[in-house]
Design a binder for this molecule. Structure first.
Ligand code: PLP
Length: 409
């Protein structure tokens, strides 16, 4: 008899985006002429930078010639990309990360999900709340989350991030072993300063805990006191794994390339207390279960770091940040409380008095024909908020903001 992983049926299903799609479809059927603007999506809309496209073309040509054709590549990534990452994302910031601490992959979603493979099931996991759902769901699948009771997983430690604490999570009251931190944050768009992040690194050092630091939105950082890498914090190389992605940085959501940094100094422990290098374990997992990112895609990712590539990537980020500024200003003008959007493509808005996340979603859809994402979909502390994204076109963003001026709820 085939036994299943009984953790899977515990997952309540990915209702958030299917519920949104259902409501939008119903609305469109009832109002076929309405121009619905989607500010709910987390996907980008700008095309790949020209330098990336050029690199892709020439890499494809290389694959067409027997002299330059490449077959299986190193699972950890080709040297040309790994060394470029080390130079640009770390050495240029004064950070000492070695090439064999970088693992190129097809996405931070995969890596933040798969990292649990090398971690014991008895670890107590803390997540910020609201949160990127992948951290939660993959721990449910592994069996670390317990049971889903009243909208919460019984074994997860929730770290609320709300207006009350300025979206800065407090240290957990009970001891935890694994902490997911995502900064700049999805969905709140908020950040931690170096000082605030240091508190977590110190906690991890003191408690032999591991920080899984998701920097998928690093490219959007504009403020000086916001760290670009957790390794800017002293001691982080002993306790943190960092995830980075080209998805939102350079429009790679459909092209797929990311990387994960597992410093050799980060240790996990056996039950008998023996220290084991997580770099070694991840290398074993990665080379066994992952085939590597295609050569042509790695050449495309490398092109993001050329002089032209950097300018073009920055222009795309600036385009989205400009949208974010427009949305922020438009909402603030209506007297709404707005967060994020300065170091992030996400704008997190407090719903008007006593209106729920879904209530505000319905109002925006039905009255203003704008689609957002109800904050409660990201966790219990997201109730009373709504997420808007800056990934739309400038025209749609401006049009949405002109409609927001009519808010009367
Ligand atoms: N991490 C966060 C916080 C995200 O919001 C996303 C995508 O929305 C990802 C990771 C996924 O990144 P990737 O496209 O590299 O899988």
């Amino acid at each position: 008899m085939i036994l299943i992983n009984e953790n899977y049926p515990k997952l309540p299903g990915s209702y958030l985006f299917s519920d949104i799609a259902k409501k939008v479809n119903e609305f469109k059927i009832a109002h076929p002429d309405a121009n619905v603007i989607r500010l709910g999506i987390g996907d980008v809309t700008r095309p790949l930078p020209p330098a990336v496209v050029q690199a892709l073309h020439s890499a494809v040509d290389e694959m067409a010639d027997s002299a330059s054709f490449r077959g299986y590549g190193p699972e950890q990534g080709y040297d040309f990309l790994v060394n470029t990452i080390v130079e640009n994302d770390y050495k240029a910031r004064g950070l000492d990360i070695a090439a064999d601490e970088i693992f190129v992959s097809d996405g931070s979603k995969s890596d933040t999900g798969n990292i649990g493979d090398i971690l014991g099931l008895d670890n107590i996991v803390a997540i910020t709340d609201p949160v990127y759902p992948v951290y939660v769901d993959t721990n449910v699948m592994a069996g670390r989350a317990g049971e889903f009771v009243d909208g919460r997983w019984s074994k997860l430690v929730y770290l609320p991030c709300t207006i009350e604490n300025d979206f800065v999570p407090s240290l957990p009251k009970s001891k935890v072993d694994i902490i997911y931190l995502c900064y700049p944050n999805n969905p709140t768009g908020t950040t931690l300063t170096r000082e605030q992040l240091k508190i977590w690194v110190d906690y991890a050092l003191e408690n032999k805990a591991l920080i899984l630091f998701d920097g998928a939105y690093e490219a959007f950082i504009t403020e000086d006191d916001v760290p670009h890498s957790i390794y800017e914090i002293e001691g982080a190389k002993e306790v943190a794994i960092e995830f980075r992605s080209f998805s939102k940085t350079a429009g790679f959501t459909g092209t797929r390339c990311a990387y994960t940094v597992v410093p050799k100094a980060v240790m996990g422990y056996t039950k008998s207390g023996e220290a084991v290098s997580l770099n070694k374990l991840w290398n074993r997992r990665h080379t066994t279960k992952f085939n590597g990112v295609p050569y042509v895609i790695q050449r495309a990712a490398e092109a993001c770091y050329s002089e032209e590539g950097k300018k073009q990537v920055k222009a795309t980020i600036d385009y989205y940040l400009n949208n974010a500024g427009i949305i922020r200003a438009g909402l603030a003008e209506q007297g709404l409380k707005v967060y994020g959007g300065v170091n992030s493509p996400y704008i997190w808005v407090k719903t008007p008095d006593k209106v729920s996340s879904w209530g505000f979603f319905d109002y925006l859809l039905n009255d203003l024909h704008i689609v957002g994402t109800p904050g409660v979909g990201f966790g219990p502390s997201g109730e009373g908020y709504l997420r808007l994204t800056a990934f739309g076109t400038l025209e749609n963003t401006k049009e949405a903001v002109s409609r927001l001026k009519k808010i009367s709820i």
